[in-house]
Structure formats: structure tokens, C-alpha cells
Design a protein around this ligand. Structure first.
Ligand code: FES
Length: 240
């Protein structure tokens, strides 16, 4: 679908799964038109910087090595910490404090890696929720199934603006025609904040009166959005 929407939206966006960056691993990424490097440091924390070394421009994602202090460039061995600051030059007794690589905020939560992107360069002003404490206490104690390697991506490589996905969620009348429901669902509950949207939609005659009956979630969909990069959907089908 063609769009004039910016492909540089603001928010937290998935850049992979926890398994995408193995312990002490270094991988290349490309998001928001930028070449990036991600690595997992000695404490197990995933870090992301712009990919290019601020010495002579080598791509840190190709041959970079995780050290105690950060990531070491494969070209002349300069080391950059998680803030993108140069902390060591192997053949000098002092780092180059004037050089800095852009660092990107990363959060690893519920087996997902999220990267913060803001076209205006602002720091994160909302958080990635925790599934069990912030979104769905029902999931407490359950083991989440990692999406990889068994998950299926039905349309790999398809470019879709995330706003379209959000708009689809609020479009109640497409269900009849696209998903073959007998009638359009009714919105039973809706809560909106500046950065979140929480909704419960009821399907079928059971919910035709539009009255929410908390505790009864049969034939409903619960949706929770945070920004336009995080979505949680829980579908309570007639079979449970
Ligand atoms: S290009 Fe990275 S240390 Fe020289």
C-alpha cells in the first residue's frame, strides 16, 4: 500500500528477539535508514550504536569484538562503550574523548528487543510495558513461547507503516468482510492515554447490547497498544 506517512515514526520498535543477539554476539542491523551494530555485553545487556567507527569509518558490525569495556573496532582496535564514547586506543595511553558514536536506547523485555526511535532525537518519554504486570496479569507464571525459530513470518520483507496496523485495530467494520464475522463487533471498553490505547471488542449476538460484563471475556478481543510499535492482542474465542 502506498503511503506518504513518514517511515521514521516515534516509539519503541522491535528489532529482534532475545535470541537474535547471542551472548557476546555482534550483529549488523538496518533500521530507520541507518546501519547499526548490536552486541550483548559481558553482563548480558544488549547495546546498539550507529555502525560506523568514528575513527576511520569501519563498520563495527563486521568483525567488531565484544570486550569488557565495549565493542572493539576491527580496523585499528579502538574501543567504544555503550554510550558511544571512545574508551581505549590500543597504541595510545589515552582515548579520544572528542569522538563519539550515536547510541540508541534498547529494552529487552519478554524475549523481545525494542529500539527507541524518535525523528527529533528525543530521549524515550514512555516505557515498553511488562506483559504480566502492566498488560495482562493472566500471563503471570506462564512460560512465553519464543517466536523463533518455530514462528512463521507470512510476508517477510513487506513494508507496512505501523500506523496502518493500528488503524486496522480500530476499524470495527472490516471484520465482517475480511474475517467473515456475522456482524461488526462492538467496543465494550476503551481507555486512552497520550501513549497507550486499550480496548475490548465483543463479537456476535452475545455482545449486541454493548454492555461490558467484566470477568466475561468469551468471544472478545482485548487489544493493548503502546505507541505504534507495541501491540498485545488476546483473543478469547468461543472455544476459550
Ligand atoms: S576505523 Fe575503527 S579504529 Fe580505525
Amino acid at each position: 500500500m502506498r503511503t506518504t506517512l513518514s517511515m521514521r515514526p516515534t516509539g519503541w520498535f522491535q528489532i529482534g528477539w532475545s535470541s537474535t543477539v547471542p551472548p557476546s554476539g555482534v550483529i549488523p542491523l538496518r533500521y530507520f535508514g541507518q546501519d547499526l551494530v548490536a552486541w550483548r555485553d559481558g553482563r548480558g545487556v544488549v547495546r546498539v550504536l550507529d555502525a560506523y567507527c568514528q575513527h576511520l569509518g569501519a563498520n563495527l558490525a563486521h568483525g567488531g569484538r565484544v570486550t569488557e569495556r565495549g565493542i572493539q573496532c576491527p580496523f585499528h582496535g579502538w574501543t567504544w562503550n555503550s554510550d558511544g564514547r571512545n574508551v581505549a586506543i590500543p597504541y595510545q595511553d589515552r582515548p579520544n574523548r572528542a569522538r563519539r558514536i550515536r547510541s540508541w536506547p534498547v529494552v529487552e523485555r519478554d524475549e523481545v528487543l525494542f529500539l527507541w526511535h524518535d525523528a527529533q532525537g528525543r530521549a524515550p518519554y514512555f516505557e515498553v510495558p511488562d506483559l504480566t504486570t502492566d498488560v495482562s496479569p493472566d500471563l503471570t507464571g506462564l512460560t512465553l513461547q519464543p517466536a523463533l525459530p518455530d514462528g512463521v513470518s507470512h510476508y517477510p520483507g513487506m513494508r507496512v507503516h505501523p500506523q496502518f496496523v493500528v488503524e486496522n485495530a480500530v476499524d470495527v467494520h472490516h471484520f465482517q468482510f475480511v474475517h467473515g464475522t456475522g456482524r461488526s463487533p462492538v467496543i465494550l471498553r476503551e481507555e486512552v492515554t497520550e501513549t497507550t490505547w486499550h480496548s475490548v471488542a465483543g463479537f456476535g449476538r452475545r455482545w449486541a447490547d454493548g454492555v461490558d460484563r467484566p470477568g466475561d471475556r468469551r468471544s472478545t478481543i482485548t487489544i493493548h497498544w503502546v505507541g505504534i510499535g507495541f501491540a498485545y492482542n488476546a483473543e478469547h474465542t468461543p472455544d476459550g
